[in-house]
Design a binder for this molecule. Structure first.
Ligand code: CA
Length: 387
């Protein structure tokens, strides 16, 4: 049974539209070397738990075109306040911006530049320490919690944090575990994935489902491509499922160009700006997925059902009253879908990869739209706009 939202509260509406890009500020771009600490290391150095690379607000500002070009319209910044470490989770003063990143003016210029490009900025901070009335937050949506550990623990019981007075959403580590269990580790099959995703949906109050921050990797996990053992096709499949799912997708900086690295500190390498080392196919694929989501209302605002078609093939069904979008994702070596298994009338294709019509190749997926049609697989799940 769906958990009742007794408060009537909900996450902000704009989160329906959000595609996040997560930045670890010390590692994204160095725009102002004069701010670098004395012990700064070369940009291509190996990340350690203690070294500083010199990333700053000006660097982010100078590369907003890359972020917007990917299709993101929101930034999630790991801590930016005064602290003694490169990750700044030991924040000393929530009223002071870390001087290595820029001063208050520089932060303001960066915010203005981001907003001019339609990019919202979300800070990783504890509101209890500074209050929503602080000037920094007048133009910034702040949320999330003090340490990566707390965030990591939150996911076990997301509903506790979503009662309307604590935060708008949580890092969706449960979804991450399910998707990667299907595409990377293969510890679960499509039936278990569908059951897990539908149970997770039912645990989250309806008004907060679109506010979940969906992610495949972060500053506190191994890189998503590394989790897929360098297998780009499977890695892309996990992204396809994330972009098709309810909740705001979030890309961790560098994942879009195929960065690899083990868990902290290896996942915090500096973003390379020499585009010849980028995985352009991954970048183009993620741009396509972001564009798909930004042009499809059901993918942003529709209800969601996951349905398994066979152990290696899962279907994500996103519904508005008059329009349904279906993504079918296949992790096996190839499958031919029967038209009867697709719950659409007069379907047409929005996007596909490794697919020829209803024939999906290895790691292929296809995204179809049309009017809802009843199929046996969906009988039993209750209709509605937010089930
Ligand atoms: Ca710098």
């Amino acid at each position: 049974m769906t958990k009742k939202d007794t408060t009537g509260a909900s996450a902000p509406d704009w989160l329906h539209e959000a595609i996040f890009y997560q930045i670890f500020p010390d590692r994204f771009a160095n725009g102002d070397p004069s701010l670098d600490p004395p012990d700064v290391v070369a940009w291509d150095s190996r990340p350690t738990r203690t070294n500083f690379f010199g990333g700053d607000f000006l660097g982010i500002e100078q590369h907003l075109d890359h972020i917007v070009g990917l299709g993101a319209n929101a930034l999630y910044l790991n801590p930016v306040f005064q602290a003694g470490t490169n990750h700044r989770y030991d924040t000393e003063d929530y009223f002071a911006i870390d001087q290595r990143l820029g001063d208050r003016k520089g932060f303001g210029r960066f915010l203005a530049a981001a907003h001019q490009q339609g990019v919202k900025v979300v800070l990783d901070a504890v509101l209890n320490h500074c209050g929503a009335g602080h000037p920094y937050f007048a133009d910034v949506t702040a949320r999330e919690t003090q340490s990566a550990y707390v965030v990591a623990e939150e996911w076990r019981e997301p509903e506790q944090w979503l009662q309307g007075d604590r935060c708008d959403g949580t890092m969706n580590y449960t979804m991450r575990a399910l998707l990667l269990g299907f595409t990377a580790d293969r510890q679960i099959d499509a039936y278990e994935l569908a059951q897990g995703m539908n149970q997770l949906r039912d645990r989250i109050p309806a008004g907060f489902r679109h506010g979940m921050l969906n992610l495949l990797g972060s500053h506190g996990t191994e890189r998503v491509l590394t989790r897929h053992r360098g297998h780009r096709g499977r890695c892309l499949l996990s992204h396809a499922l994330m972009f098709a799912s309810q909740g705001a997708p979030m890309v961790y900086y560098g994942d879009e160009i195929g960065l690899r690295g083990p868990n902290d500190p290896g996942c915090r390498a500096a973003m390379p700006w020499d585009e010849t080392v980028w995985n352009q196919r991954m970048l183009e694929s993620l741009r396509s997925l972001a564009k798909l989501r930004s042009t499809s209302v059901p993918l942003r605002r529709g209800s969601q059902d996951y349905v398994a078609l066979d152990p290696d093939t899962v279907m994500v069904v996103r519904d508005l009253p008059d329009e349904r979008v279906v993504m079918v994702a296949h992790r096996g070596d190839g499958v031919r879908l029967s038209p009867e298994s697709i719950p659409l009338e007069r379907a047409w294709t929005l996007l596909s990869s490794g697919a020829d019509g209803l024939r999906l190749g290895r790691g292929g997926f296809t995204v179809l739209t049309g009017r809802p049609a009843m199929v046996p697989a969906l009988v039993g799940s209750s209709p509605g706009t937010d089930r």
